[in-house]
Design a protein around this ligand. Structure first.
Ligand SMILES: [Cu+2]
Length: 60
């Protein structure tokens, strides 16, 4: 997950448990593959209620 999203979470301090990027999408930090285009992926916010909502949409 991009550091910018973690910084945004810490700055905004929503009532949430944390962020997740499931599935190790190509092009996410640490998952870059030379010669392969980045996947589109979503950074999910897990709320204290147990619901998840999109926090950021990246790549693609
Ligand atoms: Cu990976």
């Amino acid at each position: 997950m991009p550091a910018a999203d973690i910084k945004r979470l810490l700055a905004e301090k929503p009532a949430a448990l944390g962020l997740s990027v499931p599935g190790m999408p190509i092009g996410s930090p640490g998952m870059e593959v030379e010669g392969q285009p980045a996947d589109a992926y979503t950074v999910w916010l897990f709320q204290s209620s147990g619901q998840r909502t999109p926090f950021a949409k990246l790549g693609g």
